[in-house]
Unconditional design. Structure first.
Length: 93
């Protein structure tokens, strides 16, 4: 009877060890996947930050260009008020 109990206990331990090994393999795979996802997330975060910074830079340039255009328009209007005549197409030829 003791041998049968020992045999069953040994079988259970072997089954538990196999199940534990299977779970360890799954856990390792899940950890590798989580690491890869974390790296991908960090990469996308860096891309987002770079894109945001570039957008801010472009918006700044657009603002500068808008200010320049406004200043040119004011100067043009002032020149017209002072009697300057804009060139015509005939003048260009």
């Amino acid at each position: 009877m003791f041998s049968r109990n020992r045999a069953r206990a040994a079988e259970r331990e072997a089954a538990d060890a196999a199940k534990l090994q299977e779970l360890q393999v799954k856990l390792d795979a899940a950890n590798r996947l989580a690491d890869r996802r974390h790296k991908e997330s960090a990469t996308w975060h860096r891309y987002f930050i770079a894109a945001r910074d570039h957008s801010v830079e472009l918006i700044g340039r657009i603002d500068e260009q808008s200010e320049l255009i406004e200043r040119m328009n004011r100067n043009y209007d002032r020149a017209l008020r002072l009697g300057w005549q804009a060139p015509t197409e005939e003048d260009d030829q």
